[in-house]
Design a protein around this ligand. Structure first.
Ligand code: NBG
Length: 906
């Protein structure tokens, strides 16, 4: 009998807040419900809870899945027949993948249940990772390996006539994120599970993920990402777990009466750790209507009206980051944020109340990390729930809130530091707006007191003179005659005036997050330092103890062990064990072998195989033949002016012009390169789209130029995503991380490339700085201006005189139409080159000559393959620090104060 038919329902809901008898009987401190001093949990109003009678069920007879290859094979066939409904005698690859995935799911759920039950019995403090994005990619390989079943599964699949690689390609990517921020959240889930931390992720189950990118005559085209069309075996739907989320309406006598409501319904995504029994949870919410449709309207033939509520509800979890160019789009985005944050906090409070009655205990049992500004409405929402639902007074609620929330800032780019118009907030969330106003006025009161005290302490003139010094709260740009208190409040208030639109007030979400949480951290040393002295300067002066750094990390499972099997085997052989997969610092053992010629040869052979795999992919997807004896030179990331893909392109154009100008004899001296680009441009980002076209336009000319031949190829691989990165990164020999110093939060692909022994060409920005420290700066190709010089250089940019002659040639070639449509590229060129029209904000002209110097160093080194390989080994050997396990451990100890709880083997 298939296991799914057994009475397992109760055990499948280990942490639900249903009022069922607990499966775990031995909780002495669990209070009986009626003893709770607080009011009942915010029960979802129309959603029925399961009334399971677990005491009478023979749960001890649950058949745990068997993990020998024969049993797995049988299981796959059973799933294919009874879950998928396919004919096991005539299986397609897709059906086999789906059947297989369902068997893995069963094993995950088995360990998931045990983990959650064990945690419940121990009642430890949990971390909850609130994030609008989780860029998970594919699950199959990761789950099979993390469960330690790759051998058994490998054999079972072979018997069915497939390999794991064949089947994994059938899986859709879960692209519920844009880039680094979402992928970091996914790496963190892996490390939370692997390091045994009690921790869950919370987010949105978007129906459509990040758009699918295509190329239409070399221009970016976009299509919706319909990733759930074949079902999703990696999630467990929990219709019984739903929370009511309100919007609009009014506040009467301190009570909010929403005018619109939806249900946030949970889907659990089990996340297995590596080398542990722990399987944790990513709980994503889907928005569902409270009433499916209006029968009266329907019967009147008014179908649109009849389903309007349903459509409005479903819109909320439909699309990752809806376009916010319209009012409805902006509102929808704020709705999404409060939707998942409120559901998550309600969920945690409900579970908390199952075992506790005193809310002062909450900070000892839960900490929420707000991943960038998207979840920062949590400050107001937690206050609202504690005051309005649980009856706490303001001061008590504030003390609990500021001990329970933590904030991570991921960027200094202004467009990502959200500010919501007070008008929108008041309309959509009137009660939250009241709370925010009160937080703001208390904050402004204390700020005013401090400024006054400062002014009293020193005569006014000196206060003004000292304004540029760090210790003064008096804003630097206080106008003559302007009241310094007003100036400080205008600059640092949570509610402030829109500088571009007089009279329009905004809520600065990042400021609220800093004030309303116990800690604020940046994501690389340089970035954490910059935020202390720029965007959060005064907050740092007032609360220096709140500010921390947590340099990012990436999971070495997905980003080395699983995506680069050749290197995995070679490393394990060289080190004599695979312990490095869980203790990445052990990779440093490779250092002593870096000069070993035998190892170097094997290391190169692995790289060569990976290059061949990528070359095949390139041929199959964009039709370009690339030589695998050329250097594979890669830049893959979101397309953005600050990341400067155009700087890379200008250097490629320069290389092309130099090859063309060279004699046949001189041409032989060029190091052949295959330049690979990948990345998506935001739909409304005009210049980023031009940058993509620049890559494809140059590629069309260069790749077809007989004179150039195999010396240079330029390809843009469309629809860059997690799975594509898993193919590109192991094959890369050189990668570009060339943002203007001071602009990149951290970067995480730099760490992935480093782990895979790919050399880095980069600026002293983000985590590049720390990577250079680990590998030795002399082993990295470093160029560009320093972050501290950037403000001055921007001021001076208009008077910049040192245009390199090669820069001029590159600009001229574009404007002369050498790569097609000169008119189309005009403003891209003007932006960095014509200071009467623009300002070259990211200082491409300043960095160009030094960039070419670094590129020359790259070419020279590549000619010495032994030295190149020595460095490659050294990169991998020095990547231990950049494991997300280390990063999570830092968060756990220094911010979250959460301790590991490992599930014992049964
Ligand atoms: C990004 C930064 C990256 C950083 C990731 C993860 C946002 C808002 N920020 O540099 O640009 O690596 O966050 O921290 O996506």
């Amino acid at each position: 009998m298939p296991a799914t038919r057994l009475p397992v329902t109760a055990s499948l809901i280990p942490h639900s807040n249903s009022r069922r008898a607990s499966l775990v009987q031995h909780r002495p401190q669990a209070l009986p419900r009626q003893a709770n001093a607080v009011s009942a949990p915010p029960a979802p109003m129309d959603v029925e809870r399961s009334q399971a009678k677990t005491d009478s069920l023979p749960v001890e007879h649950l058949p745990h899945p068997k993990n020998d290859p024969d049993s797995i094979e049988q299981d796959v066939l059973s799933k294919v027949s009874y879950t998928i409904g396919a004919d096991p005698k005539a299986l397609t690859t897709k059906q086999t993948y789906r059947g297989l995935a369902w068997t893995v799911r069963e094993r995950l759920i088995d360990s998931f249940n045990k983990t959650q039950e064990y945690w419940k019995s121990k009642d430890p403090k949990f971390v909850y990772y609130l994030s609008a994005e989780f860029l998970m990619g594919r699950s199959l390989t990761n789950a099979v390996y993390n469960l330690g079943l790759e051998g058994e599964y490998g054999e079972a699949i072979r018997k069915l006539g497939y390999s794991l690689e064949d089947l994994q390609d059938q899986e859709q990517n879960a692209s519920l994120g844009n880039g680094g921020l979402g992928r970091l959240a996914a790496c963190f889930m892996d490390s939370i599970a692997t390091t045994d931390l009690p921790g869950w992720g919370y987010g949105i189950r978007y129906k459509y993920g990040m758009f699918k990118q295509g190329l239409d005559k070399g221009f970016q085209s976009m299509a919706p990402d319909i990733w759930l069309s074949a079902g999703n075996p990696w999630e467990v739907y929990r219709p019984e777990l739903a929370y009511r989320i309100g919007f609009y309406g009014e506040v009467k006598d301190g009570k909010w009466i929403p005018a619109e409501s939806v249900n946030a319904v949970a889907y659990d995504n089990p996340i297995p750790g590596f080398g542990t029994n722990n399987v944790t949870n990513l709980r994503l919410f889907e928005s569902q209507p409270v009433n499916e449709f209006n029968l009266d309207f329907f019967n009147e033939g008014n179908f649109d009206e009849a389903t309007q509520e349903k459509r409005r509800a479903e819109d909320i979890s439909a699309v990752l980051y809806p376009n916010d160019a319209t009012d409805y789009g902006r509102e929808l985005r704020l709705k999404q944020q409060v939707f998942f944050v409120s559901a998550a906090i309600q969920d945690v409070i409900a579970r908390f109340k199952e075992q506790h009655s005193d809310f002062n205990e909450l900070p000892n049992k839960a900490v929420f990390t707000m991943n960038d500004t998207h979840p920062t409405i949590a400050v107001a929402e937690l206050m609202r729930l504690l005051i309005d639902q649980e009856g706490l007074d303001w001061d008590n609620a504030w003390a609990i809130t500021t001990k329970t929330l933590a904030f991570t800032n991921h960027t200094v780019m202004p467009e990502a530091l959200e500010k919501w118009p007070v008008k929108v907030m008041t309309k959509l969330l009137p009660r939250h707006m009241e709370i925010i106003s009160k937080i703001d006025s208390i904050w402004k009161g204390s700020l005013a007191d401090r400024v006054k005290a400062q002014i009293e302490a020193e005569p006014k003139a000196e206060a003004k003179a000292a304004a540029s010094e760090e210790s003064s709260l008096v804003p630097e740009d206080t106008e003559a005659g302007e009241d310094p208190v007003d100036a400080a409040l205008a600059k640092y208030g949570i509610i402030c005036e829109n500088p571009w639109e007089k009279g329009v007030k905004l809520v600065n979400m990042a400021f609220m997050a800093v004030i309303g949480s116990k800690s604020t951290n940046g994501v690389a040393a340089i970035h954490s330092d910059i935020i202390k002295h720029t965007i959060f300067k005064d907050f740092y002066e007032i609360y220096p103890e709140k500010f921390q750094n947590k340099t990012n990390g990436v999971t070495p499972r997905r980003w080395l062990a699983y995506c680069n099997p050749g290197l995995r085997e070679l490393i394990t052989k060289t080190l004599g064990s695979n312990e490095w997969i869980k203790h990445l610092e052990k990779l440093s053992g490779l250092k002593q072998h870096a000069e070993d010629k035998e190892l170097q040869a094997q290391w190169r052979a692995v790289k060569q195989e990976n290059k061949q795999r990528l070359a095949k992919y390139i041929k199959a997807n964009v039709g370009v033949d690339v030589p695998t004896n050329a250097m594979f030179d890669v830049q893959i990331k979101r397309i953005h002016e600050y990341k400067r893909q155009h700087l890379n392109m200008f250097s490629i154009i320069n290389r092309y012009l130099e090859i063309k100008a060279a004699s046949p004899e001189e041409r032989k001296k060029f190091v052949p390169r295959v330049c690979v680009f990948g990345g998506k441009a935001a739909s409304a980002y005009y210049m980023a789209k031009k940058m993509i076209r620049l890559v494809t336009a140059v590629g069309e000319v260069v790749n077809n130029d007989q004179e150039v031949g195999d010396l240079l190829k330029v390809v843009f691989l469309p629809d860059y995503n997690v799975s594509l990165a898993e193919v590109i990164i192991p094959a890369a020999e050189l990668s570009h991380h060339i943002s203007t110093a001071g602009t990149e939060g951290s970067g995480t692909s730099n760490m992935k490339f480093q782990m895979n022994g790919c050399l880095i060409l980069g600026t002293m920005d983000g985590a590049n700085v720390e990577i250079a420290q680990e590998i030795g700066k002399e082993n990295m190709f470093v160029f560009g201006v320093d972050a501290e010089d950037v403000p001055r250089l921007r001021e001076e940019r208009k008077d910049f005189k040192d245009y390199d002659p090669r820069w001029v040639k590159v600009m001229d070639s574009l404007l002369a139409g050498q790569f097609g449509d000169a008119e189309y590229f005009q403003d891209l060129v003007d932006n960095v080159n014509d200071m009467t029209k623009s300002n070259d904000w990211f200082l491409l002209a300043n960095d160009f000559a030094d960039y070419l110097r670094a590129q020359k160093d790259v070419d020279e080194l590549y000619k010495d393959q032994d030295e190149w390989t020595r460095r490659s080994i050294l990169y991998t050997a020095s990547s231990g620090f950049f494991s997300s396990d280390r990063c999570i451990d830092d968060y756990a100890r220094e911010i979250w104060e959460v301790e590991p709880v490992a599930v014992p083997s049964s």
